[in-house]
Design a protein. Structure first.
Lengths: 158, 628
């Protein structure tokens, strides 16, 4: 069960938009920006508030890759696997991050909820490939060594 | 507030006066690339340094105030193009511009002392090629050999300031358009031959005409900023670097087709584009350039932004409008086409960022001017993002019809570290690979199609001989397979089967019949898929199959990867005479596959080896190699 504050925050988000189906995606984006994931309870709540069925809200939320029903870590690391990054060897960077954090293709988030490692199709920083993004910051020209150092750095920051 | 044409002229004059009143401007590149290399920090340091330096004063608008010292502006610009060498900083002073590259925090004080307070240039921070050092950005071959229309302003002024856009002649095109009839505007765009820059190359003027003649009164203008092709960042750079120009282009389209609302759909991975566009929209609304009765005419226009949520297929027109409406972004069968029933089932002009950004200059300089650039069938310029194994990565714009050789070798500076050119992939997951034999072909919408590729949105990834083309085909197929929306069977199932075959081949388990099956599936998907994503998905496979068939065959028959990239096919060995027996490799090996006695040469057990390459990377004597 989510506590009352989640619903109050959601009300505040909903109030920024028109109450109909076209606002579903921006509302879900704002909720996810707030909590780093989309709590399923809130999705049902939003559906009721903007007058669409739960099924519809669920079908839209699951279609788009950005929405996650599972909580993500404090640091969401997106490893770019776009063409430019791929040919400049992004895979070893991804593998190093996963090894370093004990993650895999199936498990994306560390148990202490500190790190989530995902891949993205392109960050648009192709000129500096391979690139990764930690929350909103892009790190250019990555190597496995730099990736290890970055993790140590973030761990120290806590 | 700018309420009529005269007030626009006055505002532009005031803005120009203001711009000229600066003694010096420090332009810090704030494109995604440079921010990644730390340009925000550089911007901050410059602001602080200017504040703390006696004799200069940091001002945002130098007119009208009393300045004790030199009036200096520290500005954030859009992408200056040369991403490889960021953070980029330009110093504008006394009519001259100096380009500094790879500026570090510790360089800032020296720049202030030498180049802002005095007229010295700092040799070490200039761009060097061979023996030559280049002072002005326009002399650097990478930039000198380009023709910039869409990117004209990118990197030259503050991307967050409407005044600077006005000073550079912003909204003159809208003013001119508003004094023309709607049909005249459409005719001008039609005559210019401007073709959609998103990949399809459909004539923009014809699209506008079709929308204009619909019976329905309510129409929309939609901009596709869902630049999803991996390896492409042109549209993102335009949205970040010159957001006002894009909006002006959309407003002209809105006027031409009698639409009052414009939507920009920006992909989720571009938070900076979203921020700059909102900033631009708010400034335009505050000054009365967006809203009702713009410039005292009966033309009203409102702008909206929708953020994508991570679905490549939303770059397809009907999927994009479905997403704006709040639905799953799935394409639908056509007809009716977007021009008839687009957003909310209303007639809709849907063009991409670069197409709209071309419009203001076409209206101002005229269709004939535009047609004098590029080729007869594809007039104008095209932006490309030049990436991969190339010396100068970055954002470029060249006339249509420029050859690949000029792009890769003259502008791009050739391959990185002197590597050998193998292919260039253009058009992303919907495109194909061009090789040595295509280097001198002029590049335009029609010519590239003949070689099983497309210009696409303009992602250009250069590959050297150490890239495996079968692996590239697998990479793109895995991308389209993952992004297939699942609505139609040919795409949903067909791409899955093609991917399985390609995965088998790169692991050395392929059969020769697989190649025929690939071609059969490819043809089937191309003809039967519902939308452009599916129809073009097989292109990377077909194009590599036709040009690099021998590579496929060596994976299948010889179980070898000629580029030595496919992990499963690599065979690592230690050269006995070079091995000093230091044991570093055996300690690094995660599979315990290397054994030996200290001081004598070590051996790799091929049965245990997982082919990760950790040993090769760790060897201080280069004694480990991949067998041919």
């Amino acid at each position: 069960m989510l506590d009352e504050s989640y619903y109050r925050k959601t009300d505040e988000i909903i109030s920024r938009y028109v109450r109909d189906s076209r606002s579903l995606i921006p509302i879900m984006q704002d909720i996810q920006a707030e909590y780093r994931y989309l709590p399923p309870e809130l999705l049902s709540y939003v559906a009721g508030q903007i007058g669409i069925t739960e099924a519809k809200a669920y079908s839209v939320a699951t279609f788009y890759e950005n929405f996650s029903f599972e909580a993500k870590g404090k640091y969401v690391i997106k490893v770019c696997d776009g063409t430019a990054c791929h040919v400049r060897h992004s895979t070893p960077v991804l593998n190093t991050l996963r090894n370093e954090l004990g993650l895999s293709e199936k498990q994306h988030t560390t148990e202490d909820m500190m790190f989530t490692v995902e891949t993205v199709s392109c960050l648009g920083a192709c000129g500096l490939a391979p690139a990764i993004m930690v929350n909103e910051q892009v790190y250019p020209a990555m190597t496995p060594e730099k990736a290890t150092a970055l993790i140590e750095d973030l761990r120290r920051k806590g | 507030m700018i309420q009529n044409m005269n007030e626009l002229t006055q505002a532009a004059e005031a803005a120009r006066k203001q711009l000229n009143a600066y003694d010096c401007r420090i332009l810090v590149c704030s494109g995604t690339g440079c921010i990644a290399t730390g340009s925000n920090k550089i911007h901050q340091i410059f602001e602080q340094l200017v504040k703390d330096t006696p004799g200069v004063e940091l001002v945002f608008s130098p007119c009208g105030g009393d300045h004790e010292g030199a009036a200096v502006g520290v500005k954030k610009t859009g992408c200056q193009g040369f991403c490889e060498l960021g953070p980029l900083v330009r110093i504008q002073k006394g009519g001259k511009t100096v380009q500094y590259v790879k500026v570090q925090p510790e360089d800032c004080r020296e720049i202030i002392e030498k180049s802002v307070l005095n007229d010295e240039t700092i040799e070490r921070l200039l761009y060097h090629k061979g023996e030559t050092a280049y002072t002005s950005p326009d002399e650097i071959p990478f930039i000198a050999k380009q023709t910039r229309i869409v990117l004209e302003n990118c990197g030259k002024f503050d991307a967050e300031s409407l005044d600077e856009y006005l000073a550079a002649g912003g909204f003159e095109a809208l003013k001119k358009a508003l004094s023309m009839s709607r049909d005249e505007v459409i005719d001008e765009v039609d005559k210019s031959g401007l073709r959609g820059r998103g990949g399809g190359g459909f004539p923009a003027g014809r699209k506008w005409k079709q929308v204009a003649r619909q019976a329905e009164a309510e129409r929309y203008v939609v901009c596709n900023g869902d630049e999803g092709d991996p390896g492409a960042f042109m549209d993102g750079s335009v949205m970040e670097g010159d957001p006002f120009k894009l909006i002006e282009g959309m407003m002209i389209a809105g006027y031409a087709v009698r639409a009052e609302n414009g939507y920009i759909y920006v992909r989720a991975e571009y938070p900076m584009s979203v921020a700059r566009l909102w900033n631009a929209i708010h400034q335009l609304e505050d000054r009365g350039l967006l809203g009702d009765n713009i410039l005292g005419t009966d033309f009203s226009f409102h702008m909206h932004i929708n953020r994508g949520a991570g679905a490549f297929v939303c770059g397809e027109g009907s999927a994009l409008t479905a997403s704006i409406e709040g639905n799953r972004g799935m394409p639908r069968t056509k007809p009716p086409r977007t021009v008839e029933k687009g957003l909310w089932e209303k007639p809709t002009v849907l063009n991409n960022v670069e197409t709209y950004a071309n419009v203001p200059k076409i209206i101002l300089a005229g269709a004939d001017w535009f047609k004098s650039i590029g080729t007869a069938g594809s007039p104008g310029c095209k932006t490309f993002s030049l990436t991969g194994a190339i010396e100068n990565t970055g954002l470029i714009e060249v006339p249509m019809g420029t050859t690949l050789r000029e792009i890769i070798f003259d502008i791009g500076g050739g391959l990185k570290n002197g590597a050998e050119f193998k292919a260039v992939q253009i058009g992303g997951p919907s495109g194909g690979c061009l090789t040595e034999k295509h280097l001198d072909e002029p590049l335009d919408f029609d010519s590239v199609k003949k070689f099983n590729a497309i210009v696409g949105s303009g992602g250009m990834v250069v590959m050297s001989t150490d890239t495996c083309m079968v692996e590239v085909a697998r990479f793109f197929m895995s991308f389209t397979q993952r992004e297939s929306c699942g609505k139609c069977t040919p795409c949903r199932e067909g791409t899955k089967r093609m991917l399985e075959i390609l995965e088998r081949i790169v692991k050395g388990n392929g059969k020769l019949e697989d190649l025929d099956t690939l071609e059969e599936l490819a043809t089937m998907i191309q003809t039967m898929a519902l939308c452009g994503l599916g129809k073009s998905a097989p292109l990377p496979v077909l194009s590599t199959l036709s040009t690099f068939r021998d590579e496929y065959i060596s994976h299948i028959v010889d179980k070898k990867c000629p580029a030595k990239q496919c992990t499963a096919l690599r065979q690592f060995s230690i050269i006995p005479v070079l091995c000093k027996g230091c044991s570093k490799c055996s300690r690094k090996c995660p599979a315990d596959a290397i054994s030996g006695v200290l001081g004598k040469h070590f051996v790799i057990d091929p049965n245990k080896c997982i082919k990760c390459g950790a040993c090769k990377d760790s060897c201080p004597f280069d004694a480990i190699y991949v067998e041919d």
